[in-house]
Design a protein around this ligand. Sequence first.
Ligand code: FAD
Length: 350
Amino acid sequence: MEVDYIIAGSGIAGCTLAAELHLRGCKLAMFSIQDKNSSSRIAAGLINPIVPKRVIPAWNAEFIFPAIENYYRQLELLTKDTFYDSMPMIQIHGSENEFHQWKIQSEKKDMQPFLRSFPPGRIHGIEASFGYCEVNFCGRLDVLKFCESMENLMMQRHHFHHSLVDYNQIIFESNFVKYGNLKAKGMVFCEGTSIENNPFFSNIPVNKSWGDILEISVSQHPDPGIIFKQKHWCISKTNGNFLCGSNFLLEEGNKEDVELKSEEILNSVTKWFPVKSLISSVRGARPVMPDRRPVMGRHPHFPALMVYNGLGTRGCSLSTWLSPLLADHITLNSELPEEVRVERFPFHSK
Ligand SMILES: Cc1cc2nc3c(=O)[nH]c(=O)nc-3n(C[C@H](O)[C@H](O)[C@H](O)COP(=O)(O)OP(=O)(O)OC[C@H]3O[C@@H](n4cnc5c(N)ncnc54)[C@H](O)[C@@H]3O)c2cc1C
């Protein structure tokens, strides 16, 4: 059976790319398993245009973030489902120093579209003794729901296989790939941290940035329509519970470490409102490149094999810009931005 492209992986990368290729009229086959530990199934889906440590806009924030809501609305129409909520975020400062740092930054020209600084006071029922900032262009993608909606679209209109791609079974030339009974113009690997097992892209140095996400129930929440953030954040889910997180850890750690870090997150949240119960606590890994830039494009020696990875801490926002670019690159051979090209990692010769 002939299709245009085969996509390995149904996380944010694979699903947004599938949507883009679908919209360009391509016939697709997708392979993936419901891996509950994959980054996209754990992610909270927070959309935040600010890098909190340095209080600067995220990479290319000026054009990525204002376009995100429309991007997901278009995919909601495509899948006839809902998974995106635009929500204001309140960054509550923890000290006077923090207040001054955010205030100074909020007055800079490139930050003005994103931040508005306020002095100490109560905001949406929460005491902000050192002031706060309102952050624009924030929201939440229900990542699990989005990926499931896209998998359904694949099942209904294309082909979806509940299995991993077995690298040993791939037969390829420069302009086609055969896999089982499928023949395609190319295969795109959107495998998240599992790319470390992929023999074709073994040159890509993926790192894992571990993080915890807690689901909690809350007895009295001052305003579920607002994302509250200090070092940690708390955001509502459509089922009435709340997600809170996260952290950035170099190691997977053990059960005790998960409990310890979960406690830290819970302590932050209980400063704002009483937590009724901890429903779950999960730790997962974000796929991160050493230079903190995603990686995409064709294998220089085997161009029918392609990669899309390294979405890091901002998969839900970066994919809205990068997936259309990759789909154009695949179908029209357009150029990719230099910072994300796969060639930046040296390939061993054929
Ligand atoms: C704790 C935590 C919190 C996060 N919070 C946020 C957040 O709030 N906002 C945000 O924007 N981002 C967040 N992220 C980051 C975001 O989740 C990632 O950037 C994104 O999920 C990466 O998506 P991906 O599709 O590249 O990889 P993944 O989500 O890992 O998906 C890869 C998929 O490929 C499949 N696969 C692997 N190998 C194969 C194979 N050989 N064949 C077929 N399929 C294969 C896997 O089963 C999986 O389904 C968070 C991540 C973590 C861990």
